[in-house]
Design a protein around this ligand. Structure first.
Ligand SMILES: [Ca+2]
Ligand SMILES: [Ca+2]
Ligand SMILES: [Ca+2]
Ligand SMILES: [Ca+2]
Length: 389
């Protein structure tokens, strides 16, 4: 879980994000002694603004004001007189906003320990870094209608899906179902991660409580947070033009796709998603590395390689040749789900991110699952891309 911070900027570059408090005075004094450049503390329980805590915070802030570039993060789900006073005192161009979604106070110690509480100091700006620009993405969590990517001609407009659940039973490979843009490489990577690293998907996106969402990608090892709303391109009424809701009717895949339409090339368009390989989406989703491997060579070696990678919890994807034999669609990306051997014949089971088999092959053409002999797999696919996350 995570939340965007409320924050205000102070003269000495002090970022304050306000909070329901629960930190005690001793702990504050300890924090103060640390003189960390960036501090994040959080306090449980919205109604627990104890006087002593506030005095400690103020002493802390005063001390920090004398340093430069200190950063303090505090969380709040409520607006209190103390917060308003802080706003007064520290507000120069100070903007103070409040996270009304109250999600932070629900964070458990385990979530903090697992680094699953994310502090966001600024959002990625698709259009303008000038806060006075109407397309500037604000830290103020207030249900704004954020500017959406441009669509291709298949879409007839946008429709808001804020009432649709973000996750149903968590991220699963068959939540991924491609629509009318050529981003199979991206969806295959995410379908693979949904199998091997669902927690990474869970940590990529969270509701901000106002109908908008924060989405995390990595760029050069750094976390980048986008903020998007739930407007999605539709056609024929309210049918999604691009990535679908998946089998359980959940929103995470179309929202991650929308964020990538901004982020991939900075072109803010669904058209810019078209065509690619899986390594970059893996790196950008996980912050880790991804490696290519050709499928050529002895079938046993390839089988062992895939087996080892899956056993290590690595997502394995495969890209097909333009001339691939049926049932594998040409110039397409699949995630590799499992292997098995029957009577000495090795098989590879893949998922087509279309969400359907795409070609007649087995008794269920609508599950996207295809189990093929490894020789056919090698003939159909030119290379694997494996995430090391
Ligand atoms: Ca919008
Ligand atoms: Ca699901
Ligand atoms: Ca993994
Ligand atoms: Ca099937």
């Amino acid at each position: 879980m995570f939340s965007a911070n409320a924050y205000m900027e102070c003269p000495a570059n002090l970022h304050i994000c306000i909070v329901p408090l629960g930190v005690d005075v001793q702990e504050m004094q300890y924090i103060e002694r640390e003189w960390a450049r960036t501090l994040k503390f959080l306090v449980a329980g919205a109604a627990q603004y104890r006087k002593g805590t506030w005095l400690a915070i103020e002493a802390f802030l005063d001390a920090f004001k004398r340093r430069d570039k200190a950063s303090l993060t505090v969380w709040s789900s409520v607006k209190t007189p103390e917060l308003m006073r802080l706003q007064e005192e520290y507000g120069v161009h100070k903007k103070i906003t409040f996270d009304t979604s109250d999600v932070v106070s629900g964070a458990s110690a385990a979530e903090y320990a697992a680094n699953t509480v994310h502090s966001i100091e600024e959002f990625y700006q698709p259009y303008s870094s000038d806060p006075s620009n109407s397309q500037y993405v604000s830290m103020e969590i207030a249900g704004q209608d954020l500017t959406d990517p441009t669509t291709t001609s298949v879409a007839g407009g946008y429709y808001n899906f804020a009432d649709t659940p973000l996750f149903v039973e968590g991220p699963e490979y068959n939540d991924v179902a491609q629509g009318s843009v050529g981003d199979c490489y991206y969806l295959a990577a995410l379908a693979g991660l949904a199998d091997t690293d669902p927690e990474i998907i869970s940590q990529m996106i969270a509701p901000l409580g106002d109908g908008t969402f924060a989405v995390r990608y990595f760029e050069s090892g750094q976390e980048v947070y986008l903020r998007i709303d739930a407007d999605l391109p539709v056609r024929y009424g309210t049918r999604l033009a691009y990535a679908k809701l998946g089998v359980d009717g959940e929103l995470w895949m179309p929202l991650l796709e929308k964020a990538y339409a901004f982020f991939r090339y900075g072109q803010n368009s669904y058209a810019s998603l078209s065509g690619g390989w899986m390594a970059t989406p893996f790196r950008r989703a996980t912050g880790g590395t991804a490696v290519f491997k050709m499928t050529s060579g002895p079938a046993e070696s390839l089988y062992t390689y895939i087996e080892d990678q899956l056993a290590q919890g690595h997502s394995v994807t495969a890209g097909s040749r333009s001339s691939s034999p049926s049932p594998i669609v040409g110039s397409h990306a699949y995630s590799v789900r499992s292997l098995d051997t029957v009577d000495g014949q090795m098989y590879v089971t893949v998922y087509n991110p279309w969400g359907t088999d795409g070609r007649n092959w087995d008794s269920d053409s609508y599950d996207g699952i295809l189990r093929v002999p490894i020789e056919l797999f090698q003939e159909a696919f030119v290379a694997l891309v494996t995430s090391y996350a």
